[in-house]
Each structure stands twice: as C-alpha cells, then as structure tokens.
Write a protein that binds this ligand. Structure first.
Ligand SMILES: Nc1ncnc2c1ncn2[C@@H]1O[C@H](COP(=O)(O)OP(=O)(O)OP(=O)(O)O)[C@@H](O)[C@H]1O
Length: 246
C-alpha cells in the first residue's frame, strides 16, 4: 500500500554490468517524499548510470527500482516518464529551431493529450517559475548557458513529474548563477512539495540544497547522511583526495 510514509523512490540492490565492468553494484537508498537528495561521487562513480537505471534509459542487471510504491524496474523510458519520473541531461540540447516556449510545450503536450492551448498555458507558468517567462518567444538556441540550464529543468517539469532527476544542472555556472538555480529549486521544492534527486559536483549547491546525500565510488555506495556528515566521512575524504577532481 502506498501511504505518506512510502518513499517516493526506493532503489534496492541495484546493479549494472557493462561487459566485464561493474558500473553500479548493490546500490541501495531511498528518497523520501518531498525531500531533496543528492547523489555525489568522483568521476566514473556510477552516478549517471544509476540515473539511467531509474529513468529506464538502461535496464538494470539486478535489483529493483520502486517509485511511490510501484515497481518500475525495467519499464522503458516513456512508461517511466508517464509513471512520474522527469529528468534533465548533463549536456543541455534544446530542440533547435523551436522557441523557448515550444521546447517546454513538447513535454506538456504529452500530458495535455495534444491540447495546444492548455500545453501553452502550462508551459508559460513553468517558464515563469524558472525565471524564463520573458524569453518565451525567443529561439531556444539564443539562450546563454545559465538560461539553457533552466530551460532544461523547465522541459523536465513539463512532464509533471512526482520525482525530478537533475543531472549536473549547476555544471559550468558561475557562483551567482549557481545560487540563483539553488534558490529556484528550493522554492519549487517548498511550494510544490516536488521530490528531487540530483547528481552534483558543485558542493556549494549540494550543501545548500540537500536533506540527505548518498556517496558512490567505483559503483558502490560508500556513505550516506546529512551534507555535514558525508563531507567529514573518512571514506568520502579519501575517495575525493585520492582523485584528480575539480
Ligand atoms: N554505456 C556504457 N558502456 C560501457 N561502460 C559504461 C557505459 N556507461 C558508463 N560506463 C562506465 O561505467 C562507469 C560509471 O560511469 P558513470 O557515467 O555512471 O559515472 P559518473 O559517476 O556519472 O561519472 P561523471 O561524474 O564523470 O559523469 C564508468 O567506468 C564508465 O566508463
């Protein structure tokens, strides 16, 4: 039964092998409803692979992914999106030739059964939340990187997710833009109760946003806890200090 206490996401004994390489191994964690959880770890730790397993871009080799009490393991990307998982990608690629608003409408239309005016209104509201309302009619390819990053979040929100997966939305942003994104995501979480799981290398953002942090290294979970707990955890310090990491 799914109740208020049912986690929004539960990842159980999750594993993925690529030929001989064990990219994700026996990973377990939960994302409580309404929380913001960060997935961190050095390059190659298995973070994006874990996202791909949750979002259905890759089938797991083992384990289970449970969304809001429903087993979604191995369903395809479209079915998992319909079940309530929205995601952004590390490399932001707006649909070329479409306006900012039309980019968001692509996700909204799927939800609004092709009702263009309904999708347009929903997209406008989302663009306002992401502080992109005044760019709605501009061609998406004219946006700066910080604006493109916020458009990427808007596109994911248009699918009306219960769980939003954010893959490095702070990457390449200057501190002032990073703080702006943190403020927008905090507002979104507080006002709508949206549950967020994010992959992030920018520790400034991880510390400011996360209720809980899960640390991966070589495909395995090596620590989890509050941001303060994990950043002073000996295994976490060792894995970061031992790597050439920005
Ligand atoms: N499709 C694939 N085929 C083969 N190996 C892969 C594939 N995808 C990822 N890997 C490998 O799996 C491991 C984990 O990669 P992953 O991209 O999940 O790490 P990450 O923690 O997201 O790293 P980064 O922070 O650099 O994005 C790496 O060794 C990577 O080379």
């Amino acid at each position: 039964m799914n109740t208020a206490a049912t986690p929004m996401l539960s990842v159980e004994n999750l594993g993925k092998s690529f030929r001989g390489l064990r990219a994700v191994n026996q990973v377990e964690f939960t994302v409580p409803r309404g929380d913001i959880v960060a997935l961190i770890g050095p390059n190659g730790a298995g973070k994006t692979t874990t996202f791909n397993l949750i979002a259905g871009a890759l089938p797991p080799s083992d384990g289970k992914v449970v969304l809001d009490g429903h087993d979604i393991t191995g369903l395809g990307q479209a079915a998992i999106c319909r079940a309530g998982v929205g995601r952004t990608f590390q490399i932001v690629k707006p649909f070329a030739g479409l306006s900012v608003e039309e980019n968001v409408m692509v996700g909204a239309l799927r939800h609004d059964n092709g009702d263009v005016e309904k999708a347009r209104a929903a997209s406008r509201a989302i663009l306002d939340l992401l502080e992109l309302g005044d760019r709605a009619k501009d061609p998406a390819q004219t946006l700066t990187l910080p604006d493109r990053k916020r458009l990427e979040v808007a596109k994911a929100l248009a699918t009306r997710p219960k769980l939003l997966l954010l893959d490095e939305v702070m990457a390449g942003l200057r501190p002032v833009e990073c703080d702006r994104m943190v403020a927008i995501l905090t507002g979104l979480n507080k006002e709508t109760g949206l549950t967020i799981l994010l992959i992030e290398h920018v520790m400034r953002a991880v510390m400011a946003l996360s209720d809980h942090v899960v640390v991966l290294h070589h495909g395995e979970k090596i620590a989890e806890g509050t941001p303060a707990e994990v950043t002073s955890h000996p295994k976490v310090l060792e894995c970061y200090l031992g790597e050439d990491h920005e």
